[in-house]
Ligand binder design. Structure first.
Ligand code: SER
Length: 312
């Protein structure tokens, strides 16, 4: 069957399934994949109903099997997940979606010989990690979300399939809302600045976290998936990639270059604890060496692009 499927892929081109396609990453990744492989090559799915994608619950093993078989899928971008803040509120659901959902996708990817991209996160690091996080360091995350991402990285190595991932920093974008994450303040702040001229930030002003503008994250994803498997080493389950790190106060300062009257107050909530358990910065030498990773957006360029994009 595999030979037949491989021949079909050569004839038809790639068939790409995206789970969680309506999320912050999925919204932009689907467009990027379609630009490269053609509109019909990409099958967006999400648990939410929407005219632009098929309904798929990643806990429904048979549903995944059916879609992958019927659509001759050869590559899967598995983005369906709960993030840190939502995950801590619903730990069992977080485990189910992030771990059981991934196990299902891995099982089907194995069965039909699909390549698989599965995102990891800076949340794999815990309080014992150096403030500048190396690629290889003990992973003792403080959040259930982080734990599920560690399991996912390990699966990439043990699954026996071509499975890869990136430890995404906090992602900043304007095309789709962020949802349920700790780093969401770095997205919400733009909407509030433009709409109300004020934002009440849920982390302290000195909170520094690794962040990245979405264009860099999408490019990294496509670049990683383009590299032959033999060039990738033991980090392939979750590569560190750095974009730009900044404090919440520095973010406010950069926004004020455009909106001098913008004000921000800081009222830390439970998400401060999650942020405090993560590193300030990321060391990304391994990704640079193995597949040529290089970021393009610094803080000011990201802010300029966000403000321009949101103003329309
Ligand atoms: N952005 C995620 C979160 O805040 C971390 O990967 O939960």
């Amino acid at each position: 069957m595999f030979k037949y499927r491989q021949k079909l892929t050569m004839y038809m081109g790639k068939r790409i399934l995206v789970t969680g396609a309506l999320g912050q990453i999925g919204t932009e990744l689907v467009t990027a994949l379609r630009n490269v492989h053609g509109y019909d090559a990409v099958i967006p799915t999400d648990v939410r109903e929407n005219d632009d994608c098929r309904v798929l619950n990643v806990l429904d093993l048979e549903g995944i099997d059916y879609l992958v078989r019927e659509e001759n899928v050869s590559e899967i971008y598995h983005l369906a997940a709960l993030l840190s803040a939502t995950g801590e509120k619903n730990p069992e659901l977080c485990w189910d979606i992030n771990v059981v959902g991934l196990e299902n996708v891995v099982e089907i990817a194995k069965k039909y010989d699909c390549r698989l991209f599965s995102p990891s996160s800076i949340a794999v690091f815990g309080p014992d990690c150096p403030k500048i996080a190396p690629q290889v360091t003990p992973l003792n995350p403080a959040t259930i979300y982080g734990k599920t991402k560690v399991v996912g990285e390990q699966m990439a190595i043990t699954s026996g399939i071509d499975m890869r991932g990136i430890r995404y920093p906090g992602l900043v974008s304007y095309k789709a809302p962020a949802g349920g994450g700790t780093t969401d303040y770095a997205v919400e702040i733009f909407h509030a600045a433009l709409k109300d001229g004020h934002y009440d930030c849920f982390v302290r002003e000195d909170t520094r976290l690794p962040m990245m503008y979405m264009d860099d994250a999408i490019r990294a994803t496509l670049e990683l998936m383009d590299i032959p498997m033999e060039k990738l080493g033991a980090a392939r389950g979750g590569y560190n990639i750095a974009g730009c790190s900044f404090t919440a106060k520095e973010l406010v300062g950069s926004i004020q270059r455009h909106l001098p009257d913008f004000t921000c107050t800081f009222t830390p909530d439970i998400r401060q604890n999650y942020a405090d358990s993560w590193p300030d910065e990321i060391e990304d030498e391994v990704a640079r060496l193995e597949w040529g990773w290089k970021p393009e957006f610094d803080l000011d360029k990201m802010v300029d692009t966000m403000i321009k994009g949101l103003k329309g």
